[in-house]
Design a protein around this ligand. Structure first.
Ligand code: DI6
Ligand code: FE
Length: 411
């Protein structure tokens, strides 16, 4: 690949593997390098190509023989709510007996039941339960994850959640991106007074969370916040220097994706009811479309997101787990990819790009992770599979045999 390669600072060399790179310069699909090798220097990819072209190595790096396995970029989960107290298995049982997600929410259950449990939990309890879930994600190939607050809905508990999210990133070998979701639901103290709650989010919470979150999110929906409230929160967030994103068009069409895109949202997420003006605004403003097939599946939804129109207008499609106790208790990127194929009609390559490169784009970290290219972090997932399309194909199998973060083995 390069003519003049300095090999004497290489720390690791991975050999004897097929690499899914998603390098668009190789091809517009998987960017597959067969019988390849990858060298790491200072945690970053210093060389990547066919083993036959590997230059003579002057130093003695650690050589890792991957025995013919498949390697993908470390996976990225760009939308999770994995810090929470309690669980909602009972509510799921109620739904199976006929109650809808909205009915349960309107009766004070749903998100608000997790709010009660999260307020009651200690910081340590929240940390322990979330760390266990995050380790599951790590073992399934994830090396970068976004985690939202939003089950506190008061300043004290939102800060508690954000500190837990920070501790997870500091203690586990995963890049953690924290998002503030104070406008997730209307807390009971503010019943019938949503505008007052939004004022508190804007005037008291947003100024207090600097340093603990990089992005601000809002749930714009009939059971949550309306368009003017959304505009207030997102504009205030931008004024405070946060990236913005949105839960948009999940259960009904609100025009929220268009609004968020015009305000500069890095992504709009869910999007089952997205319309053409929304897609055009997202295309024009560079917002990523993050689809969440886990919640579509678990809520038994029927309205599919407009994948063909997103494709046609070149809006990048990312996939997230939406891991949360109510609508998506899903902790597997491969299952998310599989559901995106079977439920939404993504192709296998689109689905795996959705949980790697495009998820990195949704977090605005694609210059560092999400594909295997020179200069990016050597975040790798190793799979006991023979061809790339097997990744989203096998259901319930755990083919991830090793995970490397910046060249170091972490799972
Ligand atoms: N949409 C979702 O899918 C999650 N939050 C949101 O705004 C659901 C959160 C929950 O039900 O606990
Ligand atoms: Fe969500």
């Amino acid at each position: 690949m390069l003519n003049q390669v300095r090999t004497n600072d290489w720390e690791q060399v991975f050999t004897n593997a097929d690499f899914i790179t998603f390098d668009p310069q190789l091809d517009p699909g998987w960017g597959l390098i067969q019988q390849g090798a990858l060298a790491v220097q200072s945690g970053k990819i210093a060389w990547l190509g066919e083993s036959a072209n590997l230059p003579p190595i002057e130093s003695s790096p650690e050589v890792i023989d991957l025995k013919g396995r498949l390697v993908s970029p470390g996976m990225v989960d760009c939308h999770t709510h994995l810090v929470f107290g309690g669980n909602r298995a009972d509510e799921w049982a109620q739904r199976l007996e006929g109650a809808s997600y909205q009915e349960i929410a309107n009766a004070g259950g749903g998100i608000l039941s997790t709010v009660r449990a999260t307020r009651a939990a200690t910081e340590e309890q929240l940390y322990q339960s979330a760390a266990s879930r995050l380790k599951t994600l790590l073992a399934s190939g994830i090396t970068t994850v976004e985690i939202k607050s939003g089950y506190g809905l008061d300043l004290e508990t939102e800060l508690k959640m954000l500190r837990v999210i920070r501790s997870l990133g500091a203690s586990l070998p995963v890049d953690v991106h924290a998002t503030f979701l104070g406008a997730h639901a209307l807390p009971p103290e503010f019943a019938e007074r949503p505008d007052e709650y939004i004022s508190m989010v804007c005037n008291e919470m947003l100024p207090a969370i600097g340093g603990l979150a990089t992005a601000v999110d809002i749930f714009t929906e009939s059971i949550a916040f309306n368009l003017p409230q959304t505009e207030r929160v997102l504009r205030t967030a931008v004024d405070h220097g946060f990236q913005i994103k949105i839960h948009a068009e999940q259960l009904s069409h609100m025009g929220s994706a268009k609004l968020a895109a015009q305000l500069g949202a890095i992504s709009a997420d869910h999007l089952e009811y997205l319309d053409l003006p929304g897609i055009e605004a997202m295309a024009a403003c560079g917002s990523v479309a993050t689809l969440l097939p886990g919640s579509f599946y678990f809520l038994n939804e029927t309205q599919r997101p407009p994948v063909a129109d997103l494709r046609e207008r070149h809006v990048p499609i990312a996939l997230g787990s939406d891991m949360n106790p109510g609508s998506s208790p899903v902790m597997s990127p491969l299952l998310v990819a599989n559901m995106a194929c079977t439920l939404f009609g993504l192709t296998p390559v689109e689905s795996v790009r959705g949980v790697t490169l495009n998820a990195a784009r949704a977090l605005r970290v694609a210059h560092q992770v999400g594909s295997l290219e020179l200069g990016k972090l050597a975040d790798l997932a190793v799979w006991d599979l023979s061809v790339p399309s097997e990744l989203p194909y096998l259901i319930g199998h755990q083919p991830c045999t090793a995970v490397y973060k910046a060249g170091r083995r972490v799972a």
